[in-house]
Design a protein around this ligand. Structure first.
Ligand code: NAG
Length: 288
């Protein structure tokens, strides 16, 4: 009796151990690529921090490249006066006609909101910025920022709430990222020449080093390697996996709520920028 209980406890513990090992480890999934020691992997791979001072920022990238994926990361952004700092978190392919899916967090003065900047590049062309403020203080706690990229479209989410969708409108002639594998990158750097109110607010270096933290990387992805794609088990699951996921009505309504209340810039309504008419996807995307 006691032995059976003990062995099931041991089985349970070993399953816990295995799943925590599989559930993302920064040593295993990423490498710090620049910043001469300003980027650090801590707590046995559970935590990563980037820092920025006058000398340099820092950054990391995924070891793997992905062709489609559902990627979650928890970030806690630079607190206090973060004006002039930019934290990036994005997917990008190689070459001059690259594809890219961007989250960028533009710091601000203490008490003023961060701007969450998003963009999508297809074959080297972006110009699809949408910006948001957040409904919480992104520096007080960790929050989850997710990219779902599958053949149906790209969905940006914050704590599970979709904020932006870039649908696959190839059938209407809009290019969509679908055959260039992308790597995940992140960096913390100084952009006070443009980031905060167009460069008017400068970085306060007396508050350096600035630090952003990362944890709980979770990737349901198709890893691209040697010309072959291998997808995680959650990709299909009876035709309902992440590879075919799209927004149901409830989540579309959530997204519209965010866009009505928190969107602060939308390229699709910036008439000055597009005197010849808006890009074609503007008329096609829900609430874009
Ligand atoms: C900073 O705060 C101001 C005032 O609320 C706001 O207008 C601006 O969009 C914020 N973000 C940036 C990056 O300046």
């Amino acid at each position: 009796m006691a032995a059976a209980a003990l062995s099931s406890l041991l089985l349970f513990l070993s399953l816990l151990f295995v799943s925590s090992v599989l559930g993302g480890n920064f040593y295993q999934d990423f490498e710090i690529t620049w910043g001469s020691g300003r980027g650090k992997i801590l707590n046995n791979g559970d935590l990563l921090t980037l820092s920025l001072d006058r000398g340099s920022g820092s950054g990391f990238q995924s070891k793997n490249v992905y062709l489609y994926g559902k990627i979650d990361m928890q970030l806690k952004l630079v607190p206090g006066n973060s004006a002039g700092t930019v934290t990036t978190y994005y997917l990008k392919s190689q070459g001059s006609t690259w594809d890219e899916i961007d989250f960028e967090f533009l710091g601000n003065l203490s008490g003023d909101p961060y701007t969450l900047h998003t963009n999508v590049y297809t074959q080297g062309k972006g110009d699809r910025e949408q910006q948001f403020h957040l409904w919480f203080d992104p520096t007080a706690n960790f929050h989850t920022y997710s990219i779902l990229w599958n053949p149906q479209g790209i969905i940006f989410s914050v704590d599970g709430t979709p904020i932006r969708e870039f649908k696959n409108h190839e059938s209407s002639g809009v290019l969509f990222p679908k055959n260039q594998p992308m790597r995940l990158y992140s960096s913390l750097w100084n952009a006070d020449d443009w980031a905060t109110r167009g460069g008017l607010v400068k970085t306060d270096w007396s508050r350096a080093p600035f630090t952003a933290s990362y944890r709980n990387f979770n990737a349901d992805v198709c890893v691209w390697s040697a010309g072959k794609s291998s997808c995680s088990s959650g990709a299909h699951v009876g035709g309902r996996g992440w590879l075919s996921e799209n927004l149901d009505i409830t989540r579309q309504q959530r997204m519209k709520w965010v866009q009505r209340n928190y969107m602060v810039y939308n390229y699709c309504t910036d008439a000055k920028r597009f005197p010849q008419g808006y890009p074609p996807e503007c008329a096609l995307n829900t609430a874009a």
